[in-house]
Design a protein around this ligand. Structure first.
Ligand code: NAD
Ligand code: TYD
Length: 356
């Protein structure tokens, strides 16, 4: 029976993973370690807080002694590493936190895992590192999608910090024999998605009657995956993935930003009609510096080797997501305060709506 340490379990994907895992493996022990940064929210874990198999620990992944203590005291054998600074725009205005958590923090976890699982106890273990397709850089319109063999070419400080962490994970396997796997996934969407990211930003701005900011010409392309499909991909890698390997996870679902925004506007107008059409809120603003043009994931290896398949259509996933935001107004309204409002103010007031 695996005993898991889930880092970053109070964030978007981490909390979805906790719910997914405890539903599917109710007898497994699951300990969440999370520093509760602006992106971490204990409300995301509210539904499991009384589950006796679950424990929450408030702490930083850079605290090697704490991680070692948890690995020993809880007899943990599996580490699923989600904790990160994850927003590209924040990495442009303040990259230091990305270096600290994504690189130094991942290295600290690797040292803790090596120390306990290899040097002290020599036990069966797995260190799974959750990463992103952004490490591969940007694609031209006709380029083939990213495979696990695509050379790394990270463009933003966020992507560079994730790339560095991927390399450290690989090196700890190659050099010390730590039993690692890595997954590189495309853009996720779904419940508990922090409203600074495109899809929840559009939904919550429409609900508040605020402008929908679209960077540049709106023709940048992302490959969107429902978060539960990502969780299932990680489960398959944990159960059947080969140690030392990396696996791409994606949805074969490329959309331009403007098309996805228009789709959300149409669904919102149907589910929550207002006196004016939501699309009238669309506002083109100054582009993100170094904005990657296109991401697309080729998940063939994960599909053939592990039997991975995303379930459900994009139309179903996006409707489920919008409905979740409509039914959980208290969740996203509680975030619209303090440091988040300051971020929105700073990020969007500097953008001149007339500049392209
Ligand atoms: P998120 O920003 O929503 O959550 C990150 C979580 O990590 C938060 O709970 C935060 O409190 C915690 N955290 C941050 N720094 C920490 C530290 N030093 N110590 C302990 N906890 C800390 O991020 P997310 O969107 O859920 O992404 C999770 C992981 O998945 C990240 O590693 C990210 O790179 C990767 N990923 C995300 C996407 C996506 O579309 N969101 C796609 C592919 C991969
Ligand atoms: P985002 O959700 O930040 O994810 P990532 O940058 O990691 O792909 O952004 C998704 C796309 O939406 C990206 O091309 C940037 C664009 N975008 C906007 O046009 N306006 C916005 O306000 C935000 C946050 C993103």
């Amino acid at each position: 029976m695996p005993r898991l340490l889930v880092t970053g379990g109070a964030g978007f994907i981490g909390s979805n993973f906790v719910h997914y895992w405890l539903r599917r493996h109710p007898d497994d022990r699951l300990v969440v370690l999370d520093a509760l940064t602006y992106a971490g929210n204990l409300a995301n874990l509210e539904p499991v807080k009384h589950n006796p198999q679950y424990r929450f620990v408030h702490g930083n992944i850079c605290d090697q002694a704490l991680v070692e203590k948890l690995l020993v005291e809880e007899q943990l054998d599996t580490l699923v590493h989600f904790a990160a600074e994850s927003h590209v725009d924040r990495s442009i205005t303040g990259p230091d936190a990305f270096i600290e958590t994504n690189i130094v923090g991942t290295h600290s976890l690797l040292k803790a895992a090596k120390n306990i699982w290899l040097d002290t106890r020599r036990q069966e273990h797995r260190f799974h590192h959750v990463s992103t397709d952004e490490v591969y850089g940007s694609l031209g319109p006709h380029d083939p999608a990213f495979t696990e063999e695509t050379p790394y070419a990270p463009n933003s400080p966020y992507a560079a910090s994730k790339a560095a962490s991927d390399h450290l994970v690989r090196a700890y396997h190659h050099t010390y024999g730590l039993q690692v796997t890595t997954s590189n996934c495309s853009n996720n969407y779904g419940p508990y998605h922090f409203p600074e990211k495109l899809i929840p930003l559009v939904i919550t701005n429409i609900l508040q009657g605020k402008p929908i900011p679209i960077y540049g010409d709106g023709l940048n392309i992302r490959d969107w995956l429902y978060v539960e499909d990502h969780c299932r991909g990680i489960e398959l890698v944990l159960q059947q993935g080969r140690v030392g390997e990396t696996y791409n996870i994606g949805g074969n679902n490329e959309w331009t930003n403007i098309d996805i925004v228009k789709l959300i506007c149409d669904i919102m107008d149907e589910l929550r009609p207002r006196s004016t059409r939501s699309a009238e809120l669309i506002t083109f603003i100054k582009d993100r510096p170094g904005h990657d043009r296109r991401y697309a994931i080729d998940a063939e290896k994960t599909m053939t080797e592990l039997g991975y398949q995303p379930l459900g259509s994009f139309e179903t996933g996006i409707r489920k997501t919008i409905t979740w935001y409509l039914e959980n107004e208290a969740w996203w309204k509680s975030i619209m305060e303090g440091s988040y409002l300051e971020w929105i103010e700073k990020q969007y007031s500097i953008s001149d709506p007339t500049a392209k």
